[in-house]
Design a protein around this ligand. Structure first.
Ligand code: CU
Length: 160
């Protein structure tokens, strides 16, 4: 009886984990990686970082400056504004974590402090649809895994 109860509990736990797994796929990106959100060594530093990173709806951007540097961030509305370092709308303190909400689209970020944008503190990203984060293959594995375990445990209970 104890063994049955234990198995039922394991199955319940696995089913819960299987349900929660797809929710945890959102990723936090620290802008600039370990270098952080600081005056970059080259004008293309942040563009290169962005190009080597994949962004999905639901992911978050963290702008982390060094303790002795102060930086903000804001969005530019178009490629033209971005090229000219013209920001629109809200200027965020770097301590504010930004969630990449729907819709999927190209977004442009610049630092609004001093001449920082012209000195390379800017990057653009293509935010991809959320569905792309779970490939059909991966979604299948997540759904099938608890079921397979359930079948295995049931088989053990009845045939061992
Ligand atoms: Cu700055």
């Amino acid at each position: 009886m104890n063994r049955t109860m234990g198995s039922v509990c394991s199955v319940a736990c696995l089913l819960i984990i299987g349900t929660l797994l797809p929710v945890i796929v959102a990723v936090d990106h620290e802008v600039g990686g370990d270098f952080g959100w600081n005056l970059p060594p080259t004008l293309t530093f942040f563009s290169e970082w962005a190009r080597n990173t994949t962004f999905f709806v639901g992911d978050r951007l963290k702008f982390v400056p060094r303790a002795n540097e102060t930086h903000t961030y804001a969005e530019a509305e178009s490629q033209k504004d971005y090229d000219g370092c013209i920001e629109q709308g809200i200027v965020f303190d770097s301590s504010i974590i930004l969630t990449l909400h729907n819709p999927p689209r190209r977004r442009y970020f610049v630092c609004t402090d001093g001449n920082h944008c012209n000195n390379g503190m800017k990057f653009s990203i293509d935010v991809l649809p959320k569905s792309a984060t779970t490939t059909p293959n991966m979604a299948l594995k997540i759904d099938v895994f608890p079921l397979l375990l359930f079948i295995t445990i049931m088989a053990n209970m009845f045939f061992v």
